[in-house]
Design a binder for this molecule. Structure first.
Ligand code: NAP
Length: 532
C-alpha cells in the first residue's frame, strides 16, 4: 500500500493543500517519509456531512451486515499485518512482537463486536405489553431498545498505534452500535493511521456501505480536532490521551449549542496496595512483578502502577531495595514522541523538588542513549507529604513510580480515601490481610472501575466483563468502559415506542422476536415471542 500523506474522506483522498508535517522515528530521531498534510475546514465539513448522510442508511443495517463489515476490517488488517507492523515500529519504536500482539488485539476486538451485533441482544429490548384492564388507567404498549447516536469522532491514541487508533476499540464499538466514524489521526503515527484507514475504506466499499461510514482526518495540531468536536453534525466523541486534552474536549463539547457526550479516557495512577502478609510471603516476586508492570510499554500504559502503598517495616525495605536495583540497572526506554519525553523529563525533575519526596533509584543515562530515550525512576514520599500534595497522585506518563509508606491501618485507609478517580486499584494480600483491611476494598470500590487482587493492572483483557473506566479524572464518565464489549453502550441511547403497530416496529421489538434475541418481557428476560 502507498502512504500518500493525505486524509481519507469517504471514498476519496483529501487535497494536499494544508500545512505539512512529518513522522519521526523515536529511536533514531530521523524524519520518516512521506510528508503528511493537515486537513482543512472544508474537509472537516465534507467528512461530517458524508457521515451524517451515511448515518441514515448505516444506522438501519442489520446486525449480520454490521458483523460482516467488522469481520472484513479484521481480515484486511490481518492480510496487511507485516506492512502495518513495519510502519508502526518505525513510528513508535515499540517492539515488533508488541505490535504484532496489538494487531491481533485489534482484530480480536473487531470480531468480538461482530459477535455481539450478530447475536443482537445488546440492544436491550424491553417490552411492557398493554393492559387495557389496568385500573385506574389502562397501560399502553411500551417497547424500547438502544439506537445509535450519529457520527462519532474518535481521537487516535499515541500509545496504542493500532488497538486504540484508527480501527481500535473506540472505532469498533462506535461502528458496531451503528454510527459512522470520523477518526482524527494521532500525529505520532500518521503513516500507520493512513494504512489502516485505507483498509477501512476498502472494507466499506467491499461491503457496499455508504461512503461516509468512515473518514480519517490528519493534523499535527488541535484545529481539526476542535472543529470536529464543535461540528453540529457530530454527535459523540471517543478519546484517549492526556487529562488536559480530554478536559479541553469535554469543555468544548459542553459549550456547544447542542452539547454532546465525550468519552475521554484520560489519566490514572493505578494505586497498588501491598499488604503486610503478602509482602512477607512474596516480597521478592512482587518487586519483580511490579518492575515488569511499571516498565511494560516503557511505562506508557494508562494502567501503569504509578503509586505503591507499603507498610513501614523491614519487608517493605527489602522490597524497595530489590525494586530500586531493577530500576537502576534497567535499560533505556524509548518514549513515543518528543513531547511525551519532555513531559516525562519535566515531571520527574519536578517530582524531585516536591517537599517530602526522595528519588530512591534512577537509571543513569548511558553514552549510547537513543533519541527519545529516558530512564526509569523510583520515588518515595512520606504519607503526610502525599496527603498534603495532590500533585503526587498525578500521572507521570513513562517508567516512573512513587512509593508511599504508612505505619498504621488508619493511615492506609486515610490514604485510600484521599485518592481521586483511577482506572484500577490493586490489592496484594493474604486472606488474613483481607480480613484485617476489609474496609480498604469498600473505599477503593468507590474510586476505580477495576479492582485487581494479587495481580498487576497492566494487560487489559478485551472481553465482556472488562471495565476500563473509572470516576473522573480517570475518565469523563465513570459509567462507561472503553475496552470490552460494554464499550458499545457509550455510543447509543434508548428510544421507546408507545402504542405502535407491529409492522412499523424494528425487528428487535416485534411480537414474533424474529431475531431470537434476549428481551425483557413484562419484567422477565426471555427469548420467547410476546404471544403464545
Ligand atoms: P494528548 O496531548 O492528550 O493528545 C491526544 C490527541 O488529542 C492528539 O491528537 C492531539 O492533537 C489532540 N489534542 C490535544 N490537545 C487538544 C486540544 N486542546 N483540543 C483538541 N485536540 C487536542 O496525548 P499525547 O500527545 O498522546 O501525549 C501527551 C500526554 O498525554 C502524555 O505525556 C501522557 O501524559 C498523556 N497520555 C495518556 C494516555 C493514557 O492512556 N492515560 C495515553 C496517551 C497519552 P495533536 O497531537 O495533533 O495536537
Amino acid at each position: 500500500m502507498k502512504i500518500s500523506g493525505q486524509s481519507i474522506i469517504g471514498f476519496h483522498s483529501a487535497s494536499n493543500a494544508g500545512p505539512s508535517f512529518g513522522a519521526t522515528n523515536p529511536r533514531t530521531g530521523e524524519s520518516l517519509s512521506p510528508d503528511f498534510f493537515a486537513a482543512g475546514t472544508d474537509e472537516v465539513n465534507l467528512a461530517a456531512s458524508l457521515a451524517h448522510e451515511a448515518f441514515a442508511i448505516y444506522s438501519l443495517i442489520s446486525g449480520r451486515e454490521k458483523g460482516k463489515f467488522l469481520r472484513a476490517i479484521a481480515a484486511k488488517i490481518e492480510g496487511a499485518v507485516d506492512e502495518l507492523v513495519e510502519r508502526a515500529e518505525q513510528e513508535s519504536a515499540l517492539p515488533k512482537t508488541r505490535l504484532q500482539g496489538e494487531t491481533a488485539r485489534t482484530c480480536g476486538q473487531l470480531r468480538l463486536f461482530a459477535e455481539v451485533v450478530e447475536e443482537g441482544s445488546w440492544v436491550m429490548a424491553r417490552i411492557d405489553r398493554a393492559d387495557a384492564g389496568r385500573k385506574p388507567a389502562p397501560r399502553p404498549d411500551l417497547r424500547s431498545m438502544l439506537h445509535p447516536l450519529g457520527p462519532v469522532v474518535v481521537f487516535g491514541a499515541s500509545n496504542f498505534p493500532l488497538a486504540f487508533s484508527v480501527a481500535g476499540g473506540d472505532t469498533a464499538s462506535a461502528l458496531a452500535a451503528g454510527n459512522p466514524v470520523i477518526v482524527k489521526g494521532h500525529p505520532a503515527h500518521p503513516g500507520t493511521s493512513q494504512l489502516v484507514g485505507q483498509l477501512l475504506r476498502e472494507s466499506v466499499q467491499d461491503c457496499g456501505l455508504p461512503e461516509g461510514v468512515f473518514s480519517l482526518l490528519l493534523d499535527s495540531g488541535t484545529s481539526v480536532g476542535v472543529a470536529l468536536v464543535k461540528h453540529p453534525l457530530v454527535k459523540a466523541v471517543g478519546f484517549t490521551g492526556s487529562h488536559n486534552a480530554g478536559r479541553a474536549l469535554m469543555d468544548l463539547a459542553a459549550a456547544r449549542p447542542e452539547p454532546i457526550p465525550v468519552f475521554a479516557e484520560m489519566s490514572s495512577t493505578n494505586p497498588v496496595f501491598i499488604l503486610p502478609g503478602a509482602l512477607r510471603q512474596s516480597g521478592d516476586d512482587l518487586a519483580t512483578g511490579t518492575y515488569a508492570s511499571l516498565t511494560m510499554g516503557a511505562g506508557q500504559f494508562c494502567t501503569k502502577p504509578g503509586l505503591l502503598f507499603l507498610p513501614e517495616n523491614g519487608d517493605a525495605a527489602t522490597f524497595i531495595d530489590k525494586l530500586g536495583k531493577l530500576v537502576a540497572e534497567s535499560r533505556q526506554f524509548n518514549l513515543l514522541t518528543s513531547g511525551i519525553r519532555s513531559a516525562y523529563q519535566s515531571a520527574t525533575a519536578r517530582r524531585q523538588t516536591e517537599p517530602g519526596v526522595k528519588l530512591l533509584a534512577a537509571r543513569r543515562a548511558a553514552s549510547d542513549d537513543q533519541e527519545f530515550g529516558v530512564g526509569a525512576a523510583l520515588f518515595e514520599a512520606d504519607s503526610q507529604s502525599f496527603l498534603r500534595n495532590p500533585e503526587l497522585a498525578a500521572e507521570v506518563f513513562g517508567p516512573a513510580t512513587l512509593v508511599v509508606r504508612h505505619s498504621t491501618r488508619a493511615q492506609v485507609l486515610e490514604l485510600a480515601r484521599k485518592l481521586g478517580g483511577h482506572l484500577t486499584a490493586t490489592i496484594h494480600g493474604t486472606e488474613a490481610d483481607l480480613r484485617e483491611f476489609s474496609d480498604l476494598l469498600a473505599i477503593l470500590k468507590t474510586k476505580v472501575g477495576r479492582l485487581v487482587f494479587n495481580g498487576f493492572p497492566t494487560g487489559v483483557e478485551v472481553s465482556h466483563a472488562m471495565v476500563h473506566g473509572g470516576p473522573y479524572p480517570s475518565t469523563s464518565d465513570g459509567r462507561s468502559t472503553s475496552v470490552g464489549s460494554g464499550a458499545i453502550f457509550r455510543f447509543c441511547r434508548p428510544v421507546c415506542y408507545q402504542g405502535f403497530p407491529e409492522a412499523t416496529l424494528p425487528d428487535e421489538l416485534r411480537d414474533s422476536n424474529p431475531l431470537g434475541i434476549w428481551r425483557m418481557l413484562d419484567g422477565e428476560m426471555t427469548r420467547k415471542p410476546t404471544t403464545g
